[in-house]
Structure formats: C-alpha cells, structure tokens
Design a protein around this ligand. Structure first.
Ligand SMILES: Cc1cc2nc3c(=O)[nH]c(=O)nc-3n(C[C@H](O)[C@H](O)[C@H](O)COP(=O)(O)OP(=O)(O)OC[C@H]3O[C@@H](n4cnc5c(N)ncnc54)[C@H](O)[C@@H]3O)c2cc1C
Length: 578
C-alpha cells in the first residue's frame, strides 16, 4: 500500500516518526515481558513482539489512518468495510490469532493456549496502531470464553472451530447486543422479548448500540415471556447471523452510527424480528453470565487505554527528541520535561496494573479464590482510571507535536477520539467506579488485594529508602480505608475519588516491586516511577507552594532517556528524594 501523503517536509522541519518500531521504541517493555512471562515462552514470543512492533509503527498505522477516513457502509444487509480495515482484521485475527490464543494451542507456534499476560501484551502493542478492531477482537475472545463456561457443550462444539479460526474465510466473529434506548447503564430496563419456539427462542426487540454489527454470533440479553422485571428476569441467548440451514436469521441492521472514534468499525442499530437464538446456561442467571463477557471486555478496555497511552508517549518522546525550538531540542526544555513525565506516569501505572491482573486472571481461572477477587476489583478499577487517563494523555501528546498534531495526517487525533470512547462503552466512568464499591461491599475484595500488595511493598523495601517504602504502605492503607468507608456507607458521590486513590496506591506498590524484581533482567527505573506516582497522585500537596527540592529535574534526567538504570543509581537518587 502506498504511504499516505504527508505534505511537504524538510529534514530540519517536522520530525517524522513513521516507520518507528513501536516495540523497540519502548525499551522498558522487554523487562516487563521477562518479568511477566515464563522464560521459555518469553524467548519464543520475542521475535513476534519485534515484528508486531515494526508493523504497528509502519503498515498497520497506515491502514488505520486510511480505514479511519473510509468508514463502513451498510448496503442492504451487507456491511462494506474498507480494504484497509480488512487488512487490520487479518493481522489481528489471522496472523497473530489474538482472539484464538486463549482457547486453543497452535497459535504463534506455541502448543498450548497462551496465558492472559501474553495475549494482553501482544494486543497492547497492536492497539498502538489500531483501536477499532480491538473491539471485535475482544468480543470474539470474550464470547468464546463465556459460551465455553455456560453454554450447552453441543453448541460450543458447533461454533468453537469458527470462533478460534485464523483463516479469515472460516472465522466467526463475536458481538454483544445488550443496550437498548431506554436500557444502557440500567440494563434492568431491557425489553427485548424471548418466546420459546421448540428447541430455540424467538427474539423480538430493538438493540440500540451493536458494535461489529454483522458478526456471525452475538450474545444477547432478553426477557423470556412471563419473567420478572429487572436484571433478575433477563436470560442470555446466543444469536447466529446465519441459521444452521444456511438462511439469514430474522434480524435487520437498521443503520450504522456515525461516531467520533472507532470510525472504521461498524456499530449499528438492530431490529430483532423473531430472530432465532439458543438459550445459554441458567435462564435465571442471564445477567450474571453476561457479566463474565462484560468484565472481560472491561479488562480489554483497560489494556487498550494503556496501549493508547504508550503510543502517545512514544510519539511525544520521539517528537521531543527530534524537534527543535529556541535553539534546543524540545526534550532539553525544563517545562517540556515536566510535561513528558506527566504523560509517562499514567502510561506506566496502567501497564503495571494490567500485568498484575493478567497474572491473577490465569490463577483465578485455575480456581484461586483470592486471585478471582483481585481480578474482580481491579477490572473496573483499570477500566475506570486508565480509560480516563488515556483521554488526557492522548490530548496532551497531541499538543507535544504542536500544530501538526491536530491534523489528520498523524495518529494523534485518532488516538484522542478513540480514547474518549474507552470511558463510555462497557460501562461509563460512573458505572464502573460504582462497581468498584460493589466489589468491596459484596465480595470483600480489599481483603484479597491488600495482603498481596503489602507483600510486594515489603519485598521491595530493602532496595528502597525506608521512608519511601513506609510512605507507599501508608498510602495503600489510607486509600483502602477511604474506599472501604465510601463502599460501606454507600457514599456514591465519592466513588470516583475512592477508586482513583486505590488505583494509584496499587500502581505505586506494583511499580516499586517491579523496579526491585526486574533487577539485572531490566531496569530499576520503576522504583522512581513509584516515587513519581506517590508524589503526584497520593501525597498531600499544596498547589500554591513552590516545589523546593528540585526533585522533578532529577527524575526527568533519570527517567526520560528510558534507558535502564542500575539499582544502586536508583537507590542513590531515591535516598536523596525521599
Ligand atoms: C461506539 C459505541 C459502541 C457501543 N457498542 C455497544 C455494543 O456493542 N453492545 C452494547 O450492548 N452496547 C454498546 N454500546 C453502548 C454503551 O455500552 C452504552 O452507551 C453505555 O453503557 C451507556 O449507556 P447509555 O448510553 O444508555 O447512557 P446512560 O445509561 O443513559 O448514561 C448517561 C449518563 O448517566 C450516568 N449514569 C447512569 N447511571 C448512573 C448512576 N447510577 N450514577 C451516576 N451516574 C450515572 C452515566 O455515567 C452517563 O454519564 C456502545 C456505545 C458506543 C458509544
């Protein structure tokens, strides 16, 4: 594909980051992979990371720019997607098997299903080029997981090969049709009816937001005739686009939405006109079963937000290192250095939390109850905070590029538009912040989270000044106490504040631990990042007081080159700062 024209440029002019390998441009990532993937698997996957990083900075980015400018078109009941979007799908579903890798062996040459950490780590790199495709990708993966857990085995056997295929002609993609005009956050108002018809059910109703609208299979929430009102009366159904006899199922895509972001991925309105579907699992547990898919999608959204922030940071660092103003590279200017650190902080916090959840998800799926409870609370936490942070980070990165950052020749506006969606779908910020409180109140999730994080702070303490380890532990206590109080008093007004505090207290503990643990395999910079999180997000601050220590300059010197730092260097800096 020919590169999109990007206007006239001189070598001294606008720095052109096109072609940057997004994996190599993120040197800390290797250390994190080594820490979070088993050594043999990590070595096996490394060449795939390098190649995906190369593609993400080159052709995938070009495809994404082009697909974004050429949204899908609804023709009769067929959705025409641009060739560039199809290429993006091929790489995600086909070449990298990102939707299949949790469900079967053989993807990327690995005989077993890949662990969640590997899936999220690869998708985190992919999303740095393309966000829209990650929605169908995640829904296909999550739908497969949910039907494997709850559906009739014969139904699973029928559809599993298509759902986990890497052959684009054989692939069946997934979707979820839940939202109705009167029932978005308040799912209990769903009015789609289900009427028993032999072995199947006929669905009647209007679904208002259906992403990946032409997917081969969708999980749908509907109310069987005679079932009570509210979420308790909802059942879960598997809706095929094509019936087993090859005929089209009875539903119509009414129109496609014109959206701010994910412009290339079709989101539509669907009218169910007696569409035939299979009941999934227990008819009284429809919403609870659907929550499994929703939570996987929320986690995926947190991962995507982390990826968007990393892309924004990579672009900003590149621009700052190459663009000159007032006789200096931007990265030499003190105020710009501070701005870059402010992009780095949430980007790094999000991926530490992401890897932590990924590890726990693997344990939870093997029956570890504490890990399950940690995943339960951390999922809405990352969905809430990382998605909100991504809005700001992508906007601020756009400003680092200056005027051209605002033009559609670069990835910046697309990243910003996509980032805003992360906070809205799969539960808005308010809804997921309230869900954090529910996880505390109903499932005592703090009890599972705190000992694990305290153990990590204790483990990393010897390598940090005592004062800092003490402050991290105290912040964690304080954040947990506040969240517990807000949850138990049902103080909804402060749900977001409580969730933010808890998120950053967790992130600081994890960063400190990673900084100690990565050791010779990576770098100890993450302890400095823990300090940064503490100062900017957890410590009391007077906005009118001048910062006397000058610590930010030291932190910028140590962190902005993104080159590994030896533990003794970090320790020296931290001792001075703390
Ligand atoms: C591009 C896009 C794609 C989508 N794709 C899908 C899809 O594939 N499948 C699907 O089922 N849905 C999909 N959705 C729908 C999406 O999940 C909903 O829009 C979202 O859950 C919010 O519901 P709503 O639009 O009805 O807003 P509402 O529920 O009406 O919310 C409006 C506002 O009220 C706030 N609010 C609601 N309840 C509370 C509360 N208790 N306390 C405080 N504030 C509250 C919300 O935070 C929000 O700010 C998609 C949406 C978009 C934008």
């Amino acid at each position: 594909m020919a590169a999109l024209p990007r206007g006239l440029r001189s070598p001294e002019g606008v720095p052109d980051s096109r072609g940057l390998n997004l994996f190599d441009a993120d040197p800390s990532y290797r250390g994190l992979l080594a820490l979070n993937l088993e050594a043999k698997l990590c070595a096996h996957l490394l060449p795939h990371f390098v190649e995906l990083g190369r593609m993400a900075g080159a052709e995938l980015d070009e495809f994404a720019l082009e697909a974004d400018k050429n949204p899908p078109i609804l023709q009769q009941q067929h959705i025409e997607k641009h060739a560039s979007y199809q290429k993006l799908e091929e790489v995600a579903f086909g070449t990298y098997g990102l939707a299949a890798m949790s469900h079967r062996g053989g993807v990327l040459g690995w005989p077993e299903p890949l662990p969640p950490a590997a899936k999220y780590a690869l998708t985190y790199l992919y999303v740095q080029a393309e966000f829209g495709v990650c929605c169908p990708l995640s829904m296909t993966d999550a739908l497969t997981r949910t039907i494997r857990k709850f559906a009739d085995p014969a139904l699973v056997a029928r559809y599993l090969p298509g759902l986990t295929s890497q052959d684009m002609d054989a692939l069946t993609q997934g979707a979820m049709f839940m939202t109705e005009q009167q029932a978005g956050s308040d799912v209990g108002f769903i009015s789609t009816k289900a009427i028993k018809q032999g072995e199947q059910w006929a669905l009647y109703g209007d679904k208002w937001f259906c992403s990946n609208a032409d997917a081969g299979l969708a999980l749908v929430l509907a109310r069987p005739e005679g079932a009570p009102a509210g979420t308790g009366g909802l059942s879960l159904f598997l809706l095929p686009r094509t019936l087993p006899d090859g005929s089209a199922n009875r539903y119509r895509i009414q129109r496609l939405k014109e959206k701010l972001g994910t412009r290339a991925m079709p989101s539509g309105e669907i009218k169910l006109e007696g569409a035939l579907a299979w009941l999934v699992g227990d008819p009284q547990q429809g919403f609870k079963q659907m929550a499994d898919m929703i939570n996987m999608s929320r986690l995926s959204n947190g991962m995507r937000a982390a990826g968007l922030m990393r892309r924004a940071l990579t672009e900003s660092l590149f621009v700052a290192r190459n663009r000159e103003a007032f006789g200096k590279k931007l990265i030499e200017l003190p105020l710009m250095r501070r701005q870059l650190l402010k992009l780095m902080l949430p980007a790094e916090a999000a991926r530490s939390i992401l890897f932590f959840i990924s590890g726990d998800l693997a344990k939870a799926d093997q029956g570890d109850e504490s890990a399950r409870r940690r995943v339960r609370i951390l999922t809405p936490l990352i969905k809430f905070r990382a998605c909100r942070d991504a809005r700001k980070v992508t906007g601020d990165a756009m400003e680092v590029r200056g005027g051209v950052g605002y033009t559609e020749e670069w990835s910046d506006p697309r990243l910003l538009r996509d980032a805003h969606l992360g906070s809205i779908w799969e539960g808005t910020s308010n809804i997921v912040a309230l869900d954090v409180l529910r996880a505390i109140r109903r499932e005592n999730c703090l009890e599972a989270l705190l000992p694990e994080l305290n153990a990590r702070i204790a483990r990393s303490s010897p390598a940090m000044p005592r004062l800092l380890a003490g402050r991290l532990a105290a912040s964690l206590d304080k954040a947990a106490e506040f969240a517990h109080e807000v949850a138990s008093t049902r103080n909804e007004t402060h749900a977001r504040q409580a969730a933010t505090g808890l998120y950053y207290a967790c992130a600081a503990a994890l960063l400190a631990d990673e900084g100690t643990n990565i050791g010779e395999r990576g770098d100890a910079r993450r302890q400095l990042l823990a300090f940064l999180v503490y100062v900017h997000r957890l410590a009391p601050r007077d906005p009118l007081r001048r910062v006397a220590t000058g610590y930010e300059a030291e932190l910028a010197d140590a962190l902005l080159p993104e080159t590994p730092l030896a533990p003794d260097v970090v320790e020296r800096i931290l001792t001075r700062l703390a």
